[in-house]
Ligand binder design. Structure first.
Ligand code: FE
Ligand code: FE
Ligand code: ZN
Length: 288
């Protein structure tokens, strides 16, 4: 089985540059931020070499662009200026996503800060109800979160509650992040099948659209959200991975992951160590 696997890449050189970077890692898919994740400045679409990017992708057998929404979007915020910005900027990011020819936008559900989880869930659903309508033609994928601070999405139940409250939820999907689910307490190392059964019961596997494949610097349940390089040991300058290659290998080769974009967000070391290429190759390796 050939995996649809890739990593986060830069769009600084347009979609063509992003696709070329992906190809240099031996990737068959990739993820981009449409601009800096921390701000709202965006390059004009006409400068992003979109058609050239798609032609190159076709040539290289690269499919399924995933866009990650910027971190500044917090649909759980009770502060009007943050909430209003989240709604307007997410809408414009969804337009950019479609203009880029991408079918998935991954979104951190949000953080409730001084309120509580129920408030956050209501607020997020209310925000999505202003954005998602019957004409929405891309997957809005809520990401499973580590449970750091006041993040919503620390378990499948919280995501299911949001989805249930969204009126036109046909296009609401989920992005399963291995670091985050491990950090929030799911045993994806020894009981991934059971985790998937639970996902199916609570959310429904038909909503599982994208995977983020990361190691974790912390033991299960730590609620930290610090990504590790796959199988990294103590000698790795970014630290040791607590999930490990074998577990991640089983996940990416599991039937639930088949044909879905699998995106690495592992730490960048330096350009001389092409870690993305190494990690993609390790996960692709034929072990049969
Ligand atoms: Fe994310
Ligand atoms: Fe992620
Ligand atoms: Zn993370």
């Amino acid at each position: 089985m050939s995996l649809k696997i890739g990593s986060h890449v830069s769009i600084a050189e347009g979609l063509l540059g992003a696709a070329k970077e992906a190809a240099s890692y031996g990737a068959s898919t990739f993820m981009i931020y449409t601009g800096a994740p921390q701000n709202t400045r965006r390059t004009a679409l006409s400068n992003l070499k979109i058609e050239e990017g798609h032609a190159f992708m076709k040539e290289q057998g690269i499919h399924d662009i995933v866009v990650h929404a910027p971190y500044i979007i917090n649909l759980a915020s009770y502060k009007p200026h943050i909430y209003d910005l989240a709604i307007s900027f997410l809408s414009s990011e969804m337009e950019r996503t479609q203009a880029l020819g991408a079918n998935y936008i991954v979104l951190h559900p949000g953080s409730y800060t001084d309120k509580d989880a129920n408030y956050g869930i209501e607020r997020i659903a209310e925000g999505l109800n202003q954005i998602v309508n019957p004409d929405t033609d891309l997957w809005v994928c809520l990401e499973t979160m580590a449970g750091k601070g006041t993040e919503i999405g620390r378990n499948f139940e919280e995501l299911a509650k949001i989805i249930d409250k969204v009126k036109y939820n046909e296009k609401i999907g989920v992005c399963f992040d291995t670091c985050h689910t491990h950090d929030s307490g799911y045993d994806i190392i020894d009981h991934f099948d059971e985790v998937m059964e639970n996902f199916d019961q609570v959310i429904g596997l038909d909503r599982l659209k994208v995977f983020h494949i990361n190691g974790s610097l912390n033991p299960r349940g730590a609620q930290k959200d610090r990504h590790a390089n796959i199988n990294a040991d103590e000698t790795n300058p970014r630290g040791k991975d607590h999930i490990g290659l074998d577990a991640l290998y089983r996940i990416v080769h599991h039937p639930v992951a088949q044909d879905k974009p699998l995106i690495l967000e592992t730490p960048w070391l330096d350009s001389s160590t092409n870690l993305y290429a190494q990690e993609i190759a390790m996960l692709r390796e034929d072990r049969s």
